[in-house]
Design a protein around this ligand. Structure first.
Ligand code: GTP
Ligand code: NA
Ligand code: MG
Length: 280
């Protein structure tokens, strides 16, 4: 892409942190909706990918990471699409193994991190202790003389959310994130499933270009033609711009998370590439 073709795109923010520290609740609060209450046992079954539109019309894409064993897999696949990591630390629990894992991963990936100290509403919340423990892991927040942004939030009481959004926007501005929307689309599969009624469905984060209904594509070792695009609100849309998460229908089979989607010129070319990748 030429420099002149690059247009500003929304930041892609991945929410990470220890199990039950409130990742999904925070994401839910940020969306102004309530998904978490519908979750059986409160455990995230799927990786959520949502785009919020703010008062000033700017957008932020959020990716949720589930707890437990899926965490490691998500770390690997989330790495290349993430611009900014929001590390959620419960102010009562403090730093836990997966918090430290997330810190190490974020550093290794060279991604900027914002710390959201959550559950600040709890009587035993101790945000200062969190800041001190972060220091032990070489994360120096401003109050401790460093440059890492931190913000006290309560996903439950919905406090600190505007400040968190502001810090994300500030970080994004510094990064000057751009992509060319006027080219054949490329994207990354966030999750994929075989849906009983709809067939294979992949949630794709468009990384560059604009993905349109009717586009012919290769995704991993599968191919297809976009039959429908569904946004995070369940609405059918005609096209998806850079940084937008979208469900793609019309795939030959179910791809894997982390697979790359690429629009190609025609169906025979798509099949050729897919067959090559299948080793046929
Ligand atoms: P996993 O996806 O299972 O790792 O959990 P998670 O990090 O997404 O946490 P989740 O949002 O499911 O929240 C875990 C529990 O903490 C739930 O019972 C929430 O209601 C509760 N919780 C989340 N945020 C807050 C908060 O700000 N204050 C209080 N008091 N409770 C919270
Ligand atoms: Na949970
Ligand atoms: Mg969750």
């Amino acid at each position: 892409d030429n420099e002149a073709d690059l247009k500003p795109r929304p930041p892609v923010v991945t929410i990470m942190g220890h199990v039950d520290h409130g990742k999904t609740s925070l994401l839910d609060a940020l969306r102004g909706t309530d998904v978490v209450r519908g979750e059986a046992g409160g455990i995230t079954q799927h990786i959520g990918a949502y785009q919020v539109t703010l008062k000033d019309k700017s957008k932020i894409t959020f990716l949720d990471t589930p707890g437990h064993e899926a965490f490691t897999a998500m770390r690997a696949r989330g790495a290349d699409v993430t611009d900014i990591v929001v590390l959620v630390v419960a102010a009562d629990d403090g730093l836990m193994p997966q918090t430290i894992e997330a810190i190490n991963h974020t550093k290794a990936a060279g991604k900027p991190m914002i710390v959201a100290i959550n559950k600040i509403d709890k009587h035993d919340a101790n945000p200062q202790r969190v800041r001190e423990r972060l220091l032990e892991h070489d994360v120096q927040v401003e109050m401790m003389g460093g440059e890492t942004q931190d913000v006290e939030v309560s996903a439950l009481k919905k406090t600190g959310l505007d400040e968190l959004i502001e810090k994300i926007q500030l970080q994004a501005e510094l990064m000057d994130l751009r992509a060319n929307p006027n080219r054949d689309a490329e994207g990354s599969v966030i999750e994929a499933k075989l849906d009983k009624g709809r067939g294979p469905v992949a949630t794709v984060l468009v990384t560059r270009g604009t993905l349109k209904v009717g586009d012919v594509f290769v995704v991993g070792a599968e191919s297809g033609k976009v039959r429908a695009l569904v946004d995070d609100k369940g609405r059918q849309i005609k096209q998806a711009d850079p940084s937008m998460p979208v469900e793609v229908l019309g795939i030959s089979g179910t791809p894997s998370a982390g697979d790359q989607l690429q629009v190609v010129e025609n169906e025979s070319r798509a099949r050729e590439v897919a067959e090559y990748r299948q080793g046929v």
